[in-house]
Design a protein around this ligand. Structure first.
Ligand code: BGC
Length: 414
């Protein structure tokens, strides 16, 4: 008895001698600046503040995150990396190889991430076997959005093949309606391109945009992909160049265009504007089988042992994968929770379609990483492909020329 109380007393003294608890701090770099995105990231800011965290916001506008990644490189090069960064796909491993990422395995293990995250998606969050990123959601990229009123008025159903899409687009054009709302930015061209590739078959997508198989890249099928891209180019309005993706979504919302091909962050915009799926707008997978996933995640950068920042990183990681954030954030963002144990009761019909298709595609082996959103490839080959896609879309280049260029560009980037 006596020994126990002596031990207890000395433990108490040790506790008292410990330094004051760290105050969680985080400077967070992200590119969530549109209406729906800002609403979503605010959920994380609020949860962080409720748990005593102090958040310094570093938003870098620009859909798809190209500008944010440029800003990140500048910060890391100047030896002043942000605490937490929206980062995804192989870019996580690329930064890990630079030796600048923090290991968040302690949080991941304590919170049991391995039990609640699908293995294929969890693999993107690992660096040499340890956890180096916290996943936020699952966005599906291969979605087509439609203005329900326009489609109904013109007797058009959501197309299930590209031929049907082309027929619908021509009908709309005859009626004086812009068929496709598009923003001419390289990543948006790439977003459409990958859905067209997927439409040629999930195997073809896998060979061409995941494995970078030169035969698939140089195939007749790829010629057909560029043919369809040229056709699609004819369905956008004259002012498409440089337009932000959310302004393209607004065109569908406001009846200025019938369709948009975009990941389900577009749904976040519709919802933020009070639009109702099935009533005001429609959602359907782009033609073809398969599910192109885009998992947003945050990586923590090495902060040299700064206790407040480390506490901030740990708290952020815990909150991001926590069930309450996963539900509220994704309700706003348009995506679905990446955790498999979050109820979808509060989610809309598009989210249900997404979750059901994801399960079926995982089973069928057609759950595939998006190349356009940095999930499938490292930066160099991905950039090389996008350069060709956007050069073709914005010129009179023939499909044969584009295919030739594609094969060369990929070969040079490997
Ligand atoms: C991100 C989304 C974001 C979208 C538009 C995608 O690459 O994964 O979270 O909403 O870009 O900025």
């Amino acid at each position: 008895m006596k020994t126990t109380s002596v031990l207890a007393a000395s433990a108490a003294v040790t506790c008292l001698a410990l330094p004051a608890l760290a105050e969680p701090q985080a400077e967070v770099l992200h590119w969530w600046t549109s209406g729906g995105e800002a609403k979503s990231v605010a959920v994380l800011q609020e949860e962080f503040a409720e748990r005593g965290g102090s958040w310094t916001d570093m938003p870098v506008a620009g859909g798809g995150g190209d500008a944010a990644m440029t800003a990140l490189r500048a910060r890391v090069l100047s030896g002043n990396a942000p605490t937490a960064v929206q980062l995804k796909g192989p870019a996580i491993q690329e930064w890990y190889e630079e030796g600048v990422l923090a290991d968040i395995s302690d949080v991941a293990e304590e919170q049991g991430w391995a039990d609640v995250l699908p293995e294929q998606l969890a693999a993107h969050m690992k660096c040499d076997g340890s956890w180096c990123a916290a996943p936020v959601n699952v966005h599906r990229v291969n979605w087509m959005w439609g203005n329900a009123e326009i489609l109904e008025a013109n007797g058009i159903e959501m197309p299930t093949t590209w031929e049907e899409f082309n027929a619908a687009a021509e009908k709309l054009q005859e009626a004086g309606i812009t068929p496709l709302a598009h923003g001419g930015q390289a990543w948006q061209d790439a977003t459409i391109f990958e859905t067209v590739v997927l439409g040629m078959g999930a195997d073809f997508y896998q060979q061409a945009l995941v494995e970078l198989d030169p035969e698939a890249l140089g195939s007749d099928t790829m010629v057909q992909v560029f043919d369809q891209m040229r056709t699609i180019r004819g369905y956008v309005d004259d002012n498409f160049s440089g337009r932000d993706w959310n302004l393209a979504t607004a065109m569908v919302m406001n009846g200025e265009a019938a369709f948009q091909i975009m990941g389900d962050w577009a749904k976040g915009e519709f919802l933020a504007a009070g639009k109702v799926p099935g009533e005001d707008f429609t959602c359907a997978a782009t033609p073809g089988d398969g599910f192109l996933y885009n998992v947003d995640s945050f990586a923590m950068f090495d902060v040299g042992g700064d206790e407040d920042k480390v506490a901030g990183q740990n708290l952020l990681a815990e909150l991001i994968v926590g069930p309450s954030f996963q539900e509220t954030f994704n309700l706003n963002k348009g995506s679905i929770p990446v955790r498999s144990d979050v109820s979808l009761d509060a989610f809309d019909m598009c989210a249900h379609v997404s979750a059901e298709d994801m399960a079926a595609d995982a089973e069928a082996g057609t759950l595939l990483p998006s190349y356009a959103h940095g999930m499938a490839l490292r930066g160099e080959p991905a950039g090389a492909i996008t350069d060709v896609v956007t050069a073709h879309f914005n010129s009179e280049m023939s499909s044969d020329e584009a295919v030739e260029m594609l094969v060369d560009a990929v070969a040079n980037a490997m």
